[in-house]
Design a protein around this ligand. Structure first.
Ligand code: NAG
Ligand code: NAG
Ligand code: NAG
Ligand code: NAG
Ligand code: NAG
Ligand code: NAG
Ligand code: NAG
Ligand code: NAG
Ligand code: NAG
Length: 440
């Protein structure tokens, strides 16, 4: 813990690297989306204002970084610590329900005189969650394009509250192209360094070895870097060579990191009624030919936790196709025909109902791309907003890695998929999993 305290005011190397990585992504998105109409951007009528907006965003991010680091440090506290909190620390009387994470931060702030911690706890206390209970689609006009919502009704009547809407040409060709080339450039730059591979279990690793014809390679949990579910860089390089690497590639950016984020957020709010305060990060994913998440019909994607009690969950999903796909690659909902994967087309659906309950019927799957390349932009909106939502979290310290080294995450073998990410979250940290924390 002493070590963590020391770090508080000094952004770590990985933060600095992260910033420069974002810089690259940001710059190219800005370059590529010049055609975005400035009237889409609230108060952003000139390039000067846009530049200013970006600068302020960058400065804000720089300021936020050490504070978010505190949050993470607090999160790393033991559950045993947290459980004492409930009797030791009197939670201020507000109408808020503090999560374990938040309580850990508050407790931390009380046991130290650290100014930064005091500040973060004040921000947390002052944070007012907003609720996003419904989606309200309506027709918008963008650069002369008329974009009405089209509801996709289920083929059979159903009592499910899930609604799916489609918006043609929600993004222009130029916007799609800009996003794809920013993504490609970012992935290309990151490929100078081989990724670190992480598995949700040692049995998943074994299955992948078997699939690669390397069942003679015996692995045990000791092959994972301590505290993580990742193998070291040397072993990762070896596995990369053995595996077929039919991975999807995801890059992420956060609100305020580029001009496009504001343009998109504004357009979504106008057309879909999803408020910015409840929006998370933006994620671009590319699926090469032959790759689809959860192809098999038994493992589907559910964007929220069924029977979960936390309302800080994904109430709605916005998904935009950035490219036509010749064959396959469809997003499929039960008993709804969504048609082709068409460039610029946006899909909007709710995962939770108006009371904040996850709808089992929001389950869907992304089918395998048969021919062509699939690129999508996704953003998830949350029913109840929370302090760290939409803020780029600092990178975890583990595993030790090179600057800009990416991550490949392989799930339960049935999913059949490994996914490449340009950012690290905390899923590979054993302690984080053990505490079932969900900060991001
Ligand atoms: C968590 O608590 C256990 C004992 O309860 C201790 O051994 C361990 O070092 C603690 N871990 C951290 C990260 O503080
Ligand atoms: C806080 O939690 C209680 C029960 O866990 C619930 O009844 C109440 O509605 C919650 N309040 C808020 C503001 O979320
Ligand atoms: C901090 O501790 C004091 C007493 O030690 C207590 O009165 C106060 O409520 C605590 N602050 C918070 C934020 O819990
Ligand atoms: C949150 O709401 C309270 C009560 O309405 C208000 O006093 C406070 O300023 C709000 N906090 C922020 C950050 O807006
Ligand atoms: C709604 O659809 C699901 C899946 O197609 C089905 O299991 C369920 O029985 C349907 N409910 C009603 C009331 O039709
Ligand atoms: C819809 O119908 C199914 C089967 O009749 C039932 O299990 C489910 O609880 C219903 N859902 C809602 C939201 O009413
Ligand atoms: C990396 O991991 C492999 C497999 O566990 C191990 O054999 C090797 O010694 C490790 N290399 C380094 C440099 O730690
Ligand atoms: C992709 O990898 C999975 C296992 O990781 C395998 O089952 C599947 O056949 C592979 N697909 C292609 C097109 O290579
Ligand atoms: C998921 O994809 C598979 C394969 O295309 C299909 O059989 C299944 O019906 C799909 N499920 C849903 C919910 O669309």
């Amino acid at each position: 813990m002493g070590g963590q305290k020391k770090k508080r005011h000094i952004p770590t190397t990985s933060h600095r690297n992260k910033t420069s990585q974002n810089g690259t992504m940001t710059a190219s998105i800005i370059e590529q989306t010049n055609s975005v109409s400035s009237k889409d951007v609230p108060n952003g009528r000139s390039i000067v204002k846009n530049a200013l907006f970006f600068l302020i965003g960058a400065v804000l991010m720089a300021l936020l970084m050490p504070q978010i680091q505190n949050l993470i440090n607090a999160l790393r506290n033991n559950r045993s610590d947290n459980s004492q909190i409930s009797h030791q620390l009197e939670i201020p009387k507000t109408d808020k329900n503090f999560s374990d994470n938040e309580i850990a931060v508050l407790k931390k702030s009380n046991e130290t005189t650290d100014e930064n911690n005091k500040k973060i706890s004040k921000e947390l206390m002052d944070f007012n969650a907003t609720f996003l209970t419904k989606i309200t689609p309506k027709k918008i006009f963008v650069d002369g394009r008329r974009i009405p919502p089209v509801e996709l009704l289920p083929q059979k009547p159903n009592n499910s509250s899930v609604k799916v809407f489609l918006f043609e040409e929600f993004l222009s060709e130029a916007e799609c192209d800009g996003l794809m080339s920013a993504h490609n450039k970012h992935v290309h730059d990151a490929s100078n360094v081989d990724p670190i591979l992480c598995f949700d279990s040692v049995s998943t690793l074994r299955q992948h070895l078997k699939e690669a014809g390397k069942q003679q390679v015996k692995v045990t949990p000791r092959d994972f870097t301590p505290g993580t579910t990742c193998v070291n860089a040397t072993f990762s390089r070896q596995l990369k060579a053995w595996f077929r690497q039919n991975w999807s590639y995801s890059t992420a950016f956060y609100p305020g990191e580029n001009r496009f984020s504001a343009v998109f957020a504004h357009r979504v709010q106008q057309a879909m009624g999803l408020i910015e305060s409840n929006g998370g990060k933006f994620q671009i994913t590319a699926y090469p030919e032959g790759v689809g998440e959860n192809y098999c019909c038994t493992k589907l994607i559910q964007d929220c936790v069924v029977d979960g009690h936390d309302q800080r969950d994904r109430v709605a999903t916005v998904l935009v196709y950035l490219q036509d796909v010749q064959e396959g690659g469809k997003t499929e909902f039960p008993a709804r025909n969504l048609g082709e994967t068409k460039k610029g087309r946006a899909l909007l659906w709710n995962n939770m109902n108006e009371n904040g309950k996850c709808e089992p019927m929001s389950i869907h799957n992304a089918s395998k791309v048969v021919t062509g390349h699939k690129y999508i932009l996704q953003r998830w909106y949350y029913y109840k907003s929370f302090y760290s939502l939409g803020k780029r979290p600092p990178e975890p310290e583990l595993p030790a890695r090179e600057s800009g080294q990416s991550r490949v995450s392989c799930d339960e073998y049935d999913h059949g998929s490994c996914r490449w990410y340009d950012e690290w979250n905390y899923d590979h940290l054993i302690e984080y999993q053990r505490q079932k924390l969900t900060l991001i």
